[in-house]
Write a protein that binds this ligand. Structure first.
Ligand code: ATP
Ligand code: SF4
Ligand code: MG
Length: 363
């Protein structure tokens, strides 16, 4: 596994001004929303990179900033009234182009063609009153100057490709005439119609039954192999991560607390929050009757983020690091092994001891 950040864009390190070598590189991304209650720091200094042909899973509790991160990459914050109320800084480099400072029009041109997104709810991407085929035709023709007939043939080809039976007939169906799984496939067909180089899948299988979930994951993996796309998979399911991800990024309160190769993060997780997640997240590849132990306490406020380590009010080990460091100094990401970063004040010895003696035997 190569290091997640070739240019070493970990938080706290100097950021080079020139374009990175990585296909996607996010540097010190901040997405803040001014609200009546205060400034919501949904994403607060996130850095990572991703190469083509690879899959990065982003995991973390509800409200940790996963969707906001993906919407920021896609430039979706600038749409409608929401865009007026967002403060965004940092850099998002996609294939040599910087998107945070780019004109909205430039980002719009990339959306759909170079990058596409699939959502948990297909109806958030598809219009309920238009035929599925017409919507795919439209998505294709935005980026390709072809006749409706050619685009329709492409839509049928894509519906076939995602495993929708009788695609020449279903192309004229409406979204509500499709089952949940078929609608999800149709949305994937729409997202992939332009062979995007970056695909962001935000909980694409959560609403589906286990068999269909597995089929959809296979589909994303096959299509990724075929097109060599980079994939960001946002999920609550560690089985999905185990199945599909090369790398994992764990988010807590708008920041990355641990990231690294998937097998490393599974076998030798370094952060107490990741330990909690491993015991609390469901896995499609395991019996559901297995006991899940939720991480104690509630996710942090993103307006009044706890001082020092944002996880400290919930962390069973907060008193181990000497002095009051855990409550006063925010831990930065540090390299713990090749490509594996963690942000915690515990010493390597303490982490090793707690993991092997206390956590691993219970998982
Ligand atoms: N437009 C907005 N204005 C104010 N706050 C927002 C806005 N959009 C998102 N947030 C807040 O940002 C935080 C992160 O939201 P986000 O949707 O990224 O969470 P998530 O990690 O995707 O959670 P989930 O797993 O539930 O999907 C949440 O607290 C959310 O309320
Ligand atoms: S820095 Fe302290 S509070 Fe934060 S995860 Fe590590 S031990 Fe827990
Ligand atoms: Mg979300």
């Amino acid at each position: 596994m190569t290091e997640l950040s070739k240019t070493g864009a970990a938080v706290g390190e100097p950021t080079p001004a020139k374009a990175p070598e990585a296909f996607l590189e996010v540097r010190d991304l901040k997405v803040h929303f001014p609200t009546d209650d205060g400034l919501v720091k949904s994403v607060d200094g996130l850095s990572f990179s991703l190469e083509k042909g690879r899959t990065l899973a982003i995991v973390g509790e509800s409200g940790s900033g996963k969707s906001v991160t993906s919407q920021a990459i896609m430039g979706l914050h600038r749409l409608g009234t929401r865009g007026k109320n967002v403060r965004m800084s940092g850099e998002i480099w996609l294939d040599g182009k910087e998107l945070v400072s780019a004109a909205p029009d430039e980002v719009r041109k990339l959306r759909g063609r170079e990058m596409a997104m699939i959502f948990q709810d297909p109806l958030s991407a598809m219009h309920p009153y238009y035929k599925v085929g017409d919507q795919i035709v439209e998505a294709y023709r935005v980026h390709h100057k072809v006749s409706k007939k050619v685009a329709r043939a492409r839509a049928i080809e894509m519906l076939d490709r995602v495993g929708i039976p009788e695609p020449a007939k279903r192309v004229d169906g409406y979204p509500h005439e499709f089952s949940g799984g078929m609608r999800q496939r149709a949305m994937i067909a729409m997202a992939l119609v332009n062979n995007p180089e970056l695909l962001i899948a935000d909980e694409p299988t959560t609403a589906l039954d286990v068999t269909v979930q597995a089929q959809i994951l296979d589909l994303i993996r096959d299509l990724q192999k075929e097109f060599g796309s980079a994939v960001i998979m946002i999920t609550h399911d560690l089985g999905v991560v185990a199945e599909i991800a090369d790398d994992v990024l764990v988010m807590y309160g708008g920041r990355c607390v641990e990231r690294g190769p998937a097998d490393e993060v599974f076998d030798k997780p370094q952060h107490p929050y990741t330990w909690g997640l491993l015991g609390s997240m469901p896995r499609i590849d395991r019996e559901t009757s297995e006991r899940l132990i939720p991480v104690k306490g509630s996710p942090p406020s993103l307006i009044n983020v706890p001082s020092g380590c944002a996880f400290h009010p919930r962390c069973p080990y907060a008193d181990i690091p000497k002095g009051n460091v855990t409550r006063t100094v925010r831990p930065e990401l540090e390299l713990v092994s090749t490509g594996h970063w963690s942000a915690c004040h515990l010493s390597a010895e303490d982490r090793q001891r707690i993991w092997t003696e206390e956590i691993a035997p219970k998982l």
